[in-house]
Design a protein. Structure first.
Lengths: 113, 115
């Protein structure tokens, strides 16, 4: 079974700093997809960024980028120039062809002014 | 543009009472639909998913059931709630026009408390 592990339950940084959230996963599949979702206090789940495993290039969305290491089964999220609005729970998630998302336990990120 | 609605937003129910949570999607047709549950301080767990009307797959044996009576409507039900059914329930959809098929988009959720 696929599992997703986020080893950092909580993180805290100052506004404008860069922060990296870690995620590792376990699978024997070769083709799959990885995601980072953000859940602010409103609890709405928001898709932040996605990575297709067949793509070697790391995905980037504005201030958000990933470091995808397929051999190491690692998928970290880097947030540059962090903003107060980035304060949220961040979930790493794995999907293979069956469209079933498997989520990690989440990292609570706090951006301090 | 596509939107997803869930109601009610908050629900407090006694143990043993029935449950019906509703999810509807607008602006797309034939979406894949999903029900997730999030226990306090934890990640999401997939409960059910549907690829079409009347087609339901269950991921976790439990006290809950799901139905899809219309293309863009997904209902989560229970005949008798248990204390362990408390949690935050999220509906999601995927497969819309102009979207990557593998991207799931979530509704605002329903907070269920069973007393």
């Amino acid at each position: 079974a696929q599992t997703v592990t986020q080893s950092q339950p909580e993180m805290s940084v100052q506004e404008a700093e860069t922060v990296t959230l870690s995620c590792t996963y376990d699978t024997s599949e070769n083709n799959y997809y990885l995601f980072w979702y953000k859940q602010p206090p409103s609890r709405q789940m928001i898709l932040v960024i996605r990575q297709e495993a067949y793509k070697q290039q790391n995905a980037t969305e504005n201030r958000f980028s990933v470091n995808f290491q397929k051999a190491a089964k690692s998928f970290s999220l880097k947030i540059s120039d962090s903003q107060l609005g980035d304060t949220a729970m961040y979930f790493c998630a794995f999907m293979r062809g069956a469209q079933k998302l498997v989520f990690g336990q989440g990292t609570r990120l706090t951006i301090n002014p | 543009s596509q939107t997803i609605h869930q109601w009610p937003a908050t629900l407090v129910q006694p143990v043993g009472s029935p449950l019906s949570l509703e999810c509807t999607v607008e602006g797309t047709s034939n979406p894949n639909l999903y029900w997730y549950r999030q226990a306090a301080g934890r990640g999401l767990q997939l409960l059910f998913y549907s690829v079409g009307i009347g087609q339901i797959s269950s991921e976790v044996p439990q006290n809950l059931s799901a139905s899809r009576p219309q293309d863009r409507q997904f209902i989560l039900s229970s005949k008798k709630l248990l204390l362990s059914d408390s949690g935050f329930y999220l509906c999601a959809w995927s497969g819309g026009t102009g979207k990557n098929w593998y991207e799931q988009f979530f509704g605002p959720g329903t907070r269920l408390t069973v007393l």
